[in-house]
Design a protein around this ligand. Sequence first.
Ligand code: ZN
Length: 63
Amino acid sequence: MTLKLRCKDYGFECEYIIDDDKTLSLIEKLRNHFEEEHGIDYTIEVVSQMITNRGHSLESIKK
Ligand SMILES: [Zn+2]
């Protein structure tokens, strides 16, 4: 199962899109993008919450 995440859905003027398997590494990719491109060092927990708040279920991800 894959999940598509658009950076602009999280408040940035940015065309970055991740479309990947729904695993913890997907969350880490988005987290790393926020840090490297936008200079914001969110925790995995915060990014997970942001994704959940967009209506995506992360229940199937094993931590
Ligand atoms: Zn971005």
